[in-house]
Design a protein around this ligand. Structure first.
Ligand SMILES: Cc1cc2nc3c(=O)[nH]c(=O)nc-3n(C[C@H](O)[C@H](O)[C@H](O)COP(=O)(O)O)c2cc1C
Length: 331
C-alpha cells in the first residue's frame, strides 16, 4: 500500500518526532519540522486548553513562512497527539480545535475511537495510533486508524515489553499501511534498522528531550546526556501504566528505584488537572533506553544533521556488505 500523501513528501530522514508530555512545545515542533522530520506535541501540553489554537496557528505560520523563504528545504508536516483516555476531559474541545485547524496528522494513544478517526478523516487528515501489541494494532485498524506506531520494549514514557523485531514482524504479516517503530531509537543506524525490520518510519522521543528547544529542566537534559540503558527503570507507579524512567530522577524524588511499589491502573488521570499523582513527568523524568547514543545537548537541527550522517554512513556500509555477500556463492 502506498503511503498517504502527507507521509510521502520529502523529508530529511524517515523520522517522526514523538510527542513528549510537557517537553514538546511549539519551539521544538517548529525546529523539528524545519529540520525535515515530522514534529509533534500532545494537545494536553497547551494549557489552558484555549492555548491550543494559538499553538496551531503559530506552527502553521512559522513553518509556512520558512517554506516560502527556503524553497529548497523540505519542511515536514506536524502532528498533534490526543490521549484518548476517559479521564481526558479536554478531548472533545481539543478535537474541535484540531478539526478547525485541519491538523494533518493526529497521533492517538491510550484508546482507539472510531469517531475520533472519522473527525480527522472529515477534512483529509490521517490518524496514527500507538500500540504495544499486535492485538491492539488490529483493533486500531478495525476502528479506522490509518497507521500504526509500534511501541516496543525500551521506549520512553509508556512502553511495551515486546522486542521491536517481533512486534513489527507480527504487524507486517497482515498490515501494509503506514507503520512506525518506537523505542530506543537515537542513532542514525537504528533508524535504518527500523526500516530494515519493516517499518516506514522511526518514531523518536527521548533523543529530542536533550535538545536546546525542548521544554525540559537543564538537569533533565544533562541526565539524558549522562545516562545509558542501565539507568532506565520500568515501572507503573507514576501514572498507572508501565513506562520507562530515569533512575537518577526517581532517587532524587526520594524513592528507591530498585524497590518501587506497584500502582493501581484506575489511578490514571490525563485530564485538565494533569497526571500528577506522583508528579510523574515533572519530577520523575521519562526516558527510553536508547539514550546511550546521546552524548551532548544539541539544537534540533544539529541532532537531525548528526542522525542523517549516521544514517547515510550505515546505509552505504550495509549496501557494500550486502553487495559483497551476494557475490559469495551459497553452498
Ligand atoms: C518524557 C516523555 C513523555 C512522553 N509523553 C507522551 C505523550 O504525552 N503522549 C504519547 O503518546 N507519548 C508520549 N511519550 C512516548 C513517546 O511518544 C514515544 O513513544 C517514545 O518516546 C519513543 O521511545 P524513545 O523515547 O525511546 O525514543 C513520551 C515519552 C517520554 C520519554
Amino acid at each position: 500500500m502506498a503511503l498517504p500523501d502527507v507521509l510521502s513528501r520529502p523529508l530529511a530522514l524517515p523520522v517522526v518526532a514523538a510527542p513528549l508530555f510537557i517537553s514538546s512545545v511549539p519551539e521544538l515542533v517548529i525546529a523539528q519540522c524545519q529540520a525535515g522530520v515530522v514534529g509533534s506535541f500532545p494537545a494536553l501540553n497547551a494549557r489552558p486548553s484555549s492555548l491550543l489554537a494559538d499553538w496551531l496557528d503559530r506552527i502553521a505560520d512559522e513553518n509556512g513562512a520558512y517554506a516560502r523563504t527556503h524553497p529548497e528545504m523540505p519542511v515536514a508536516p506536524y502532528a498533534v497527539n490526543q490521549i484518548v483516555h476517559r479521564s481526558n476531559d479536554r478531548l472533545d474541545h481539543d478535537m474541535n480545535v484540531i478539526v478547525e485547524h485541519r491538523v494533518p496528522i493526529v497521533i492517538t494513544s491510550l484508546g482507539a475511537r472510531p469517531e475520533i478517526n472519522d473527525a480527522v478523516h472529515s477534512y483529509g487528515g490521517i490518524v496514527l495510533h500507538d500500540v504495544i501489541s499486535n492485538e491492539f494494532a488490529r483493533k486500531a485498524i478495525d476502528k479506522g486508524a490509518d497507521g500504526i506506531i509500534a511501541v516496543a520494549a525500551g521506549a520512553g514514557g509508556h512502553a511495551g515489553t515486546q522486542s521491536p523485531l517481533a512486534l513489527i514482524r507480527e504487524i507486517r504479516e497482515w498490515f501494509d499501511g503506514p507503520l512506525l517503530l518506537s523505542g530506543a531509537i537515537a542513532h542514525g543506524r537504528s533508524i535504518l534498522a527500523a526500516l530494515a525490520a519493516g517499518a516506514d518510519f522511526a518514531y523518536i522521543g527521548s533523543a529530542f528531550l536533550s535538545t536546546v528547544e525542548a521544554n525540559a529542566a537543564p538537569a533533565y537534559k544533562q541526565m539524558i546526556v549522562d545516562s545509558t540503558a542501565k539507568d532506565i527503570v520500568y515501572s507503573n507507579l507514576f501514572t498507572g501504566v508501565h513506562g520507562n524512567y530515569l533512575r537518577g530522577s526517581i532517587a532524587a524524588a526520594g524513592l528507591d528505584p530498585d524497590d518501587l511499589p506497584e500502582s493501581d491502573p484506575s489511578a490514571m488521570n490525563f485530564g485538565s488537572g494533569g497526571n500528577m499523582k506522583a508528579k510523574a513527568w515533572k519530577d520523575v523524568w521519562g526516558s527510553g533506553q536508547g539514550i546511550g547514543a546521546i552524548r551532548e545537548s544539541l539544537t534540533v537541527a544539529q541532532l537531525v544533521t548528526q542522525l542523517k550522517a549516521q544514517y547515510d554512513e550505515a546505509r552505504d556500509r550495509l549496501a557494500a556488505t550486502v553487495l559483497s555477500n551476494s557475490l559469495t556463492p551459497v553452498t
